[in-house]
Design a binder for this molecule. Structure first.
Ligand code: SF4
Length: 113
């Protein structure tokens, strides 16, 4: 698998091969790239950011950790069902352990109309 490492602006071209449990990453200039390549081929994860409407504006949300890539769509659907408290501020955790994962949803910005 050929990948571009997204862990820093350098953007190294990685070649990642998996042979059974062994994963070999080539092309990385640092250990972060090796870890990224290994994770991408075994259990890719992504941070999720989104915006949800509230009565008088919008709230920006993000996951506090990367979530399994296969759960990103479910995570976005979940955010649409959230009942947010009336008093809310940036940095509040509005949902814990979403989708049974050790990942929380956090507010990053509130915009009022
Ligand atoms: S391998 Fe290291 S230097 Fe290269 S893009 Fe990834 S983080 Fe940056």
């Amino acid at each position: 698998m050929n990948l571009v490492c997204i862990m820093c602006p350098v953007g190294c071209n990685l070649k990642v091969d998996k042979n059974g449990k062994d994963v070999v990453v080539m092309g990385n200039r640092c250990p972060r790239g090796a870890e990224y390549g290994r994770n991408e081929i075994t259990c890719p994860k992504r941070m999720v950011t989104t915006v949800v409407k509230i009565n008088n504006g919008t709230v920006c949300l993000k996951t506090d950790k990367a979530i399994k890539k296969e759960l990103v769509d479910d995570c976005l659907r979940f955010t649409k069902t959230l009942k947010l408290p009336k008093k809310i501020k940036a940095g509040d955790i509005v949902a814990k352990n979403i989708l049974g994962e050790d990942v929380n949803l956090v507010t990053t910005e509130i915009n009022y109309n």
